[in-house]
Design a protein around this ligand. Structure first.
Ligand code: SAM
Length: 257
């Protein structure tokens, strides 16, 4: 009897190849076929030395797979009895189409599993010493896409701008001026904001400022996609945490970076 294939949708974390779960690594090791996206660190491919690795993301100079082609690919390979790992940046269920792909596979009678990942929405601020909640500063956080399916600014950003929450925006760089305007409309010109590009990677860049100053900072630092926008008073805690780290740093105890 033909071996049953399956689809494992796996979160690869934000970019630093050490920010991945053990379960994810085990899944990659089990892969016959690995379909990976642009935000996945290529270093992770070393865990699947014998797998057929296919890049299906969007990168300059590379063929761009349409979603339907990706779907066809994993259905076909799984029907051949192969274990297909669909490796996605961050967490597959956070603006990652993970559930759509699992539903598609299930429609073809294919077993599917999910391995969550560290979403950039939490891990990128954290690795920049920005706590998304802090007692007395922020009681909640919103994670919002800047750009909807219809390429419009999400209306949730207007609602979030009215709240006291920390606002984390993914895919928002092309709409930065509109986002800034929404916060100004709420009287929040002086609210702190950070933009982190390529978070947790070697080429990470950060821009800091206030709602009214951030666009100048973005131009000065030439910040672009992929980037995450963090808005709220918690951004100010970064300086304090960095100061604490510098004060108590013991070189022999350094674990990360
Ligand atoms: C399609 S969404 C995927 C999000 C992913 N599933 C997650 O949980 O992080 C892609 C967007 O996530 C954000 N992003 C992902 N990784 C990032 C990183 N390492 N640094 C900054 N932003 C990142 C950017 O806003 C990027 O445009």
């Amino acid at each position: 009897m033909l071996k049953q294939g399956k689809l494992i949708v796996v979160g690869a974390g934000p970019g630093d190849p050490e920010l991945i779960t053990l379960k994810a690594i085990k899944a990659i090791e089990s892969a016959d076929v690995l379909l990976y996206d642009a935000l996945v660190n290529d270093e992770l491919l070393k865990y699947a030395p014998n797998a057929e690795c296919i890049f299906v993301g969007k990168r300059k100079g590379c063929y761009t797979y349409q979603q339907e082609q990706i779907n066809d690919l994993f259905v076909q390979r799984a029907h051949e009895g192969k274990v297909v790992v669909r490796l996605k940046g961050g967490d597959p269920f956070v603006f990652g189409r993970g559930s759509e792909e699992m539903e598609h596979a299930a429609n073809f009678g294919i077993e599917t599993l999910l391995v969550p990942g560290l979403s950039s929405s939490l891990s990128v601020p954290a690795m920049q010493n920005i706590p998304v909640t802090k007692r007395g500063s922020s009681e909640s956080f919103w994670v919002i896409t800047g750009t909807t399916k219809e390429h419009k600014l999400s209306d949730d950003i207007r609602l979030a701008a009215k709240s006291n929450a920390t606002v984390v925006i993914l895919m928002g760089m092309s709409k930065l001026s509109q986002i800034v305007q929404l916060f100004k409309n709420e009287g929040k010109s002086k609210t702190a904001i950070a933009i982190v590009q390529n978070g947790t990677r070697a080429d990470e860049k950060i821009g800091l400022g206030t709602i009214e100053s951030i666009e100048t900072e973005v131009k000065r630092k030439e910040l672009t996609n992929p980037a995450i926008i963090i808005i709220g008073e918690v951004v100010k805690h970064r300086a304090k945490i960095l100061e604490i780290q510098r004060t108590y740093k013991q070189p022999e105890l350094e674990l990360v970076r």
